[in-house]
Design a protein around this ligand. Structure first.
Ligand code: RFL
Ligand code: PHB
Length: 403
């Protein structure tokens, strides 16, 4: 099998890249180890930045998002039994879209299928070969049968645990990691909407987040010990913690049957080596953020956009100049998103290891971002629009890939 761009992984990064390449007449084959159903059902992210909303709309992927997604004009931050609205629209004229990641994936897969795009599901990539040559190869297995894909370029969009990053020479790896002493217990509940916008709550019992998936399904999160097991969190305990942390006089979290539960550990990770030879890493394969800033899916889309621009430039001019800048361009946005995700995590979680000085500073920070225009504007700018940005020099190339 042969193609121009071999893509590993049908997450937001891989699927968006294959769609953008298709819009520019560049052939690709995407290999995904899960089935289509599994990909379309995995519950993960929920918030899209302004740049991601625009990109989906401008590349023909936005119709279901605009119909079923929910545009939010801001978020609320709560602490000390007080709730503050940060109205992003009023502050900077931007909004966010609450639209589940698996719905974005359904839209992308449908668009690829309609265009006869080549996605091979249940294709488990086992190794990458000759990545420093002009014909790199991907070895994979379908139904236990070994196959090989020969390409010009490989896009490693296979998440944190995928094989792409592991194919980079160890001595060239520049990896940086920070582990937080927090975990998030996430639930989906069949309940009516609790609030018009997301509520990020600091409480001495721990952080809580009120989010939503649809008018009938709500997504709530609780800060837990990262080593907690789901068996320690029966439904009654979850509801009693949510009420204790978020309820206010006259306002209560809406309850309903819990249909899904999971616990994630919180980490920041960047593999700064995002290119080696003809292999490019994109999305979670290269970086992980703690979910407090809602950046992971957006960063994956931002990577796909710049990679698509670089490949489009290469196939029209034969010049690898933009591709060679991919790593540098993306690391700027990635580190800004890392900074913001850490800031939100520190601001909103309770850490009993903090000294009383550090705890007082945390309250002063909460006060600053909720009661001053400058503080709130900083949150608004970073929350709504840092992951899918392009340097000015590439703006003209963007028009080309969207055509
Ligand atoms: P993905 O989505 O992990 O997709 C990688 C794909 O690669 C496949 N794969 C392989 N395929 C073939 N052969 C192999 N050997 C393979 N190994 C792996 C996998 O099966 C998979 O389908 O990576 P991508 O595209 O980089 O996208 C990243 C995002 O999924 C992730 O960053 C977000 O979900 C993070 N995230 C959030 N991001 C946001 O922008 N906004 C949010 O509100 C938000 N909330 C969240 C989140 C992540 C969470 N969890 C579960 C960590 C909330 C949570 C709780
Ligand atoms: C979600 O709805 O899953 C969600 C929203 C905001 C975050 C993280 C997760 O910061």
């Amino acid at each position: 099998m042969e193609t121009k761009v071999g893509i590993i992984g049908a997450g937001p990064a891989g699927l968006l890249l294959s769609h953008l390449l298709h819009l520019n007449g560049i052939d690709s084959i995407l290999l995904e180890k899960k089935s289509r159903e599994e990909v379309e059902e995995t519950v993960r992210a929920g918030v899209l930045e302004q740049g991601a909303i625009n990109l989906l709309n401008e590349t023909g992927l936005g119709s279901r998002m605009m119909k079923y997604g929910h545009l939010h004009h801001g978020i609320e931050i709560q602490y000390n039994n007080q709730r503050f609205l940060l109205n992003f629209e009023e502050l900077i004229g931007k909004k966010i879209m609450v639209y589940p990641q698996h719905e974005v994936l359904k839209d992308l897969i449908a668009a690829r299928m309609k265009a006869n795009g080549k996605i091979i599901f249940q294709a488990n990539v086992t190794s990458l070969k000759d990545i420093d040559s002009s014909k790199p190869k991907i070895e994979f297995e379908v139904d236990g049968e070994k196959q090989e894909l020969i390409c010009d370029f490989i896009a490693g969009c296979d998440g944190y645990h995928g094989p792409s990053r592991k194919a980079l020479p160890k001595e060239l790896l520049r990896e940086i990691e920070h582990v937080y002493p927090f975990g998030w217990l996430g639930i989906l509940a069949e309940a009516p909407i609790s609030n018009e916008v997301l509520i990020y709550t600091y409480h001495e019992r721990g952080f809580a987040l009120i989010s939503t998936r649809s008018p009938e399904i709500q997504r709530y999160y609780l800060q837990v010990n990262p080593n907690d097991q789901l068996s320690q969190w029966p439904d009654e305990r979850i509801w009693s913690e949510l009420h204790a942390r978020v309820d206010l006089n006259g306002w209560t979290v809406q309850e309903g049957p819990i249909i899904q539960k999971d616990i994630v550990k919180m980490r920041s990770f960047v593999c700064e080596t995002m290119q080696y030879g003809r292999l490019f890493l994109a999305g979670d394969a290269a970086h992980i953020v703690p979910p407090t800033g809602a950046k992971g899916m957006n960063l994956a889309m931002g990577d796909a956009q710049v990679l698509a621009i670089g490949l489009q430039h290469y196939y029209t001019t034969g010049n690898e100049q933009i591709l060679n800048k991919y790593e540098k361009i993306r690391l700027e946005s990635i580190w800004r998103a890392q900074r913001f995700s850490r800031l939100m995590t520190d601001l909103l979680h309770h850490n009993n290891k903090k000294t009383s000085f550090e705890q007082k500073i945390q309250f002063a920070e909460l006060n600053y971002v909720t009661t001053t225009v400058t503080g709130a504007t900083t949150i608004a700018e970073n929350y709504t629009d840092i992951s899918v940005n392009l340097p000015a020099e590439l703006q003209k190339n963007l028009t080309a890939i969207k055509s």
